[in-house]
Design a protein around this ligand. Structure first.
Ligand SMILES: Cc1cc2nc3c(=O)[nH]c(=O)nc-3n(C[C@H](O)[C@H](O)[C@H](O)COP(=O)(O)OP(=O)(O)OC[C@H]3O[C@@H](n4cnc5c(N)ncnc54)[C@H](O)[C@@H]3O)c2cc1C
Length: 491
């Protein structure tokens, strides 16, 4: 199994940098003591599970993917019905309480965390597959793996990310790219309808004909800005098998730059059957480790021919492997641990909108090479293909035709004492790339260091998103550190 975001894979020694050994980050004590909360809404256990710090199962639902962001709410309301979500929205609004909306808890910056109230949709777990229409109806609390498993049992598949415990809510509303992205588009591109509880606690059906602006915003506008999604209806497709591939190199800076240039030329323009990720990291002794992984829904011979763009240029240090796997096994192959992982981490991102010049690639290699193996991984997700078939203003997700790839600068570590060092390393590599980058970032790789996050995430779609925010949430009830603002920032 390999996980695109596991930095340790890039270590030539294979030394695992197990985050599991890390001490639990202290979850901040609730700012609102559970005892000083107003009386809780009168809801039966079939609608909601209330969890306060003294409750036996309180700790079970606490972990956040990024341990650095984990907070302990005075109240977690695990909603099992849309009615419960509506009642909770009404309750937090009428009592003026701070709250966050949580699904899978994979927000890199903890935008689903609160010390006061967490409205948690993980009780919304139903999944219904309609094989006649190839539509899945999923409660907004399911994880990607739960969805993949239900679909695979019916011979169906969904295009979404590789981490099994990511929640559908944050992932889909922010876009969602994975190893079927070039063949089938982003996760948000399959959305047919979202059920949303708005700031007035009304239930809205957002689709192409009803609440079309809200439907538009749900596809790339990110989570936590317009209301609470309770259900998604998503188009899926038959897929029995997929080819998974991987090939690695350990190279000098100059050779690594040559190979990266070849990947950059090839990957966004390859046949749309093929989606690849190029991982770049330090290999020690000033060398660069590169690994190209991916999936294809085309033929093996065509894939092998295409990969010669890379393998004929530089001799791999570990030979190309290509395997045909059933859809769920292909997911597991890249998924990493299926159990919820909570790690210490930092990430930043860039969209490359025109190919990097040679000087930009050289700067990347120069910034990475001196670092210790495992210090950082640059994970480059190829775009193009079906992602580019959707117009840039057709959904709130703006990075369409012309977008080459997304770079994620990712680091995870196991000792809390190393946090400052790792964050500084990520910041230094990111800084080295500033002269070559257009200032576009991925909302699902949220980053509190961004000066103007709204422009970085939504570019030319920001104005319409602001108008949707004004229409559906004029009092900014659904607010977090990087929610859609009520006006276009004057930067
Ligand atoms: C290990 C790991 C691997 C990842 N891999 C990929 C990948 O392969 N591809 C990719 O595109 N991204 C990937 N991501 C990023 C992931 O898509 C985002 O972090 C996503 O937003 C997580 O969604 P969530 O529901 O798990 O997170 P949460 O933290 O629960 O929510 C994220 C945001 O959505 C809001 N939200 C949650 N539920 C709702 C709801 N029901 N209604 C409205 N708003 C809601 C929250 O308030 C928050 O602002 C990965 C992240 C991690 C940590």
């Amino acid at each position: 199994m390999e996980h695109p975001q596991r930095v340790d894979e890039l270590s030539p020694s294979g030394t695992p940098q197990s985050a599991a050994a890390a001490p639990l980050a202290a979850a901040a004590p609730p700012a609102v003591a559970a005892t000083s909360l107003p009386p809780l809404p009168n809801l039966p256990a079939s609608d909601v599970q209330f969890l306060r710090p003294q409750d036996p199962h309180y700790a079970d639902l606490l972990p956040a993917a990024n341990k650095l962001t984990q907070l302990a709410p005075a109240l977690r309301a695990v909603c099992k019905t849309e009615h419960a979500v509506a009642v909770m929205v009404d309750w937090v609004r009428s009592n003026g309480l701070n709250f966050a909306v949580r699904c899978g808890g994979h927000s890199y910056e903890g935008l689903s965390q609160s010390t006061d109230v967490a409205i948690d949709v993980r009780g919304l777990q139903q999944i219904t597959v309609d094989k006649a229409s190839n539509i899945v109806t999923a409660g907004s609390g399911v994880s990607l793996f739960e969805l993949y498993s239900a679909l695979a049992a019916q011979g169906l598949a969904l295009q979404a990310g590789s981490c099994p415990t990511v929640g559908i809510s944050g992932h889909l509303t922010g876009g969602g790219h994975g190893l079927l992205a070039r063949s089938h588009g982003l996760t948000c591109d399959g959305l047919q309808q979202a059920t949303i509880v708005d700031a007035q606690a009304r239930t809205l059906q957002a689709d192409a004909s009803s609440e079309p602006d809200l439907y538009w915003a749900c596809r790339g506008g990110g989570g936590g800005s317009f209301g609470i999604a309770t259900e998604f209806r998503i188009s899926v497709f038959p897929l029995k098998t997929a080819l998974v591939f991987g090939v690695s190199w350990t190279l000098s800076r100059a050779h690594a730059a040559q190979l990266f240039a070849a990947w950059q030329d090839w990957a966004p323009n390859a046949p749309s059957d093929i989606t690849s990720i190029m991982k770049v990291g330090p290999a020690g002794n000033g060398l660069i480790s590169m690994r190209c992984i991916g999936q294809s829904v085309g033929s093996e011979s065509a894939l092998r021919t295409e990969l010669k763009h890379l393998t004929s240029l530089q001799a791999p240090s570990s030979a190309l492997t290509v395997r045909s796997l059933g859809f769920l096994d292909a997911i597991k192959h890249f998924a990493g641990p299926l159990d919820y992982e909570s790690i210490l981490m930092k990430a930043k991102s860039d969209y490359v909108l025109t190919p990097l010049p040679a000087s930009g690639i050289a700067a990347m290699m120069a910034a990475v090479a001196p670092l210790a193996p495992g210090a950082i991984a640059l994970l480059c997700d190829s775009y193009g293909g079906k992602i580019a078939d959707v117009a840039a203003d057709a959904t709130a997700f703006p990075r369409r035709a012309g977008t080459q790839y997304c770079i994620q600068y990712f680091s995870s570590w196991s000792r809390a004492a190393d946090t400052a060092t790792h964050r500084a390393q990520v910041a230094r590599v990111y800084a080295a790339m500033r002269p070559f980058m257009p200032g576009a970032s991925y909302v699902n790789y949220c980053d509190l260091d961004l000066d103007d996050y709204a422009t970085a995430y939504w570019g030319d779609n920001l104005g319409r998103l602001v108008a949707v925010k004004q229409q559906y949430d004029p009092d900014d009830l659904f607010h977090h550190a990087q929610s859609v603002p009520l006006s276009v920032p004057d930067v």
